[in-house]
Design a protein around this ligand. Structure first.
Ligand code: NAD
Length: 254
């Protein structure tokens, strides 16, 4: 018996086997779910990584900035499953000028890209998947605690603050359809997205010094487990929530 037995879950954001998306897909399958992946850009790479899952799932192409991809998503996913019970948003991107301490000089166009891909996309993905979510369901995304200003995270931090708000608005607008929207605020993990942030290793030190439970920067599984729990029926009355999976860093001062 798994906690996702019989559930059909769409998982975005698989790029490498370190991706949060990969670990959510893996645990979801182990917990009994039928998984469909979306892939962005290098689809052959996503296919190669997907073969490392317990059961290689179907992959549909999705660039969240591509209107045609979004408009046809439900039909293309619907070729593999007859509905969806859960959707995982594990997508983030900001141009280099928006990260690494350049906050005061980032041009609007680059901020706009960060917000479109990292923030607005949660709404885009939810609306695109909606025709398949007839019986309610769970939307889960990943944030990096945006209640404070971090070093080097800059406009990605602003985009994440927007994502946290967007998830609350999704909770408000989709609640009457029985659809929950929640986020997992993960501590830092060395994924492709993290490596593209200049100065990301600063976070490593902060988490080593401050996490009451300790923190493994190479382990995406604790946050993936929380995503799977939120996809399950074990959070039936929770929406608009942010669950911190950060070793406890958010809860302690210096
Ligand atoms: P990752 O690089 O493995 O995944 C990021 C994904 O975003 C990739 O699969 C990439 O293909 C996808 N993506 C980028 N642009 C896209 C587009 N236009 N359309 C569709 N997909 C697109 O890194 P990750 O760390 O697993 O990131 C997943 C999520 O976790 C992101 O939202 C990230 O901000 C968040 N997060 C990461 C950390 C961390 O330290 N790694 C911490 C907290 C939250």
């Amino acid at each position: 018996m798994g906690i996702l037995d019989g559930k059909r879950i769409l998982v975005t954001g698989v790029l490498t086997d370190a991706s949060f998306g990969f670990h959510v897909a893996k645990l979801a399958q182990q917990q009994g779910a039928q998984v469909v992946l979306t892939g962005f850009g290098r689809l052959s790479l996503v296919e190669r990584i997907a073969k490392r899952l317990p059961e290689p799932p179907p992959i549909v192409e999705l660039d969240v900035a591509n209107t045609e991809h979004l408009d046809t998503l439900a039909a293309r996913v619907g070729e593999h499953v007859d509905g969806l019970d859960g959707v995982v948003h594990s997508i983030g991107f900001a141009p280099q000028t928006a990260l690494g301490g350049n906050f005061l000089n980032t041009p609007w166009e680059d901020v706009a890209t960060a917000v479109q891909i990292s923030t607005f996309s949660m709404k885009s993905l939810a609306v695109a998947a909606l025709p398949l979510m007839k019986n309610g369901g769970s939307i889960v995304g990943l944030t990096f605690d945006a209640s404070v200003a971090w070093p080097v995270y800059d406009w990605m931090g602003v985009a994440k603050a927007g994502l946290e708000s967007a998830s609350r608005y999704l909770a408000r607008h989709l609640g009457d359809q029985g659809i929950r929207s929640n986020l997992v605020a993960a501590g830092p993990v060395r994924t492709m997205a993290a490596k593209s942030i200049p100065g990301f290793d600063e976070f490593e030190k902060t988490w080593t010094d401050r996490a009451p439970l300790g923190w493994d920067i190479n382990n995406p599984e604790p946050a993936a487990k929380a995503c799977v729990a939120l996809l399950s029926d074990w959070f039936p009355a929770t929406t608009g929530e942010i669950i911190h999976v950060d070793g406890g860093v958010h809860a302690v001062g210096a």
